[in-house]
Design a protein around this ligand. Structure first.
Ligand SMILES: C[S@@+](CC[C@H](N)C(=O)[O-])C[C@H]1O[C@@H](n2cnc3c(N)ncnc32)[C@H](O)[C@@H]1O
Length: 290
């Protein structure tokens, strides 16, 4: 590891800039709020009426079948400001370790967990999930809530997840940084490139490549679900919210260029998702017990 916690291998530059992007966005987070903060879009199901319900639905879908409860231990890989980890501890009484490569998020998330009364169940660490700093076979589940998109080598990442999972443990992810797999026009390729650049994503591939990566890493019971229709309404809402923020703060793009880039990528991504260029998926695999 480098002194700043990033792995000293190819791709370090990409991971550094991801951390910088999220650090810059943290400046916009209202300080001192006890409400858990989520950096994912949520899912809009048939009965969803509010943003909060959408976020809760996403976390429920993400953890389906994980049998969470007291005595079990979950890794929230790419935990952001701790929203998912804190919600799982509150709802299920499960122990959660959050890992993020964005240093300022660690303290923010830990403080929020304390304020919510789950500080004894949740801990947050600074580090790189491409080089998981945990012993073998220590987690019952590993979750990626919209963070698998930052794994620069999906096969290597999933091999690491497999190592830290107990036999019978599950990896589950929600992510929308997948291509649907249809050939791209020049214009579409340019849009994908811009989203990858401004969201600091790893190179996107067709969603089914992730299934092959799971299989290669040794997982079984592999499952997937297309949730694009549920992801479109909150994605549109995010685009509108960013537009409103930038309208009300016309200088924000200059004072916080990361915000501007994040907003531009959000608008491009929303267009690509609604046109079927991107696909939003639930993915899951189990480490065999044998
Ligand atoms: C879109 S945010 C999602 C955050 C959180 N899972 C949530 O849903 O609120 C992606 C997160 O992944 C983290 N991340 C990206 N690459 C990472 C890496 N290599 N190691 C650890 N965390 C990483 C970023 O810092 C960021 O917080």
């Amino acid at each position: 590891m480098d002194a700043d916690g990033t792995a000293s291998s190819a791709g370090t530059e990409t991971r550094r800039s991801v951390a910088e992007l999220y650090a810059a966005l943290t400046d916009l987070v209202p300080k001192g709020r006890a409400e858990p903060l989520h950096l994912h879009r949520g899912l809009w199901g048939p009965d969803t009426k509010t943003k909060r319900e959408g976020l809760e639905r996403a976390t429920a879908v993400l953890t389906q079948g994980c049998r969470l409860g007291p005595g079990r231990h979950v890794l929230d890989a790419g935990c952001g400001v701790g929203g998912t980890a804190i919600a799982l501890a509150e709802t299920h009484g499960v122990r959660v370790t959050g890992l993020t490569n964005c240093r300022p998020h660690v303290a923010l998330a830990a403080r929020c967990a304390q304020e919510r009364g789950v500080g004894h169940l949740v801990e947050f660490h600074y580090g790189d999930f491409m080089d998981l700093p945990f012993p073998d076979a220590c987690f019952d589940a590993v979750l990626n809530q919209e963070s698998f998109c930052h794994a620069i080598d999906k096969r290597a990442y999933l091999r690491g997840v497999y190592r830290v999972l107990k036999p019978g443990g599950r990896w589950q992810a929600l992510d929308g940084a997948f291509l649907s797999g249809a050939p791209l026009s020049g214009e579409q390729r340019a849009l994908v490139d811009a989203v990858e650049r401004d969201w600091r994503l790893a190179r996107m591939g067709p969603w089914h490549d992730a299934l092959a990566a799971l299989e290669d890493a040794g997982f079984e019971g592999i499952e997937e679900r297309d949730l694009s229709a549920e992801a479109i309404p909150p994605t549109e809402e995010i685009r509108r919210t960013y537009l409103a923020i930038s309208f009300l703060n016309p200088n924000l793009g200059e004072t916080n260029p990361s915000f501007q880039e994040f907003m531009d990528a959000s608008a491009r991504y929303a267009a690509g998702l609604s046109k079927g260029l991107f696909t939003y998926r639930f993915l899951s695999g189990t480490r065999p017990t044998r």
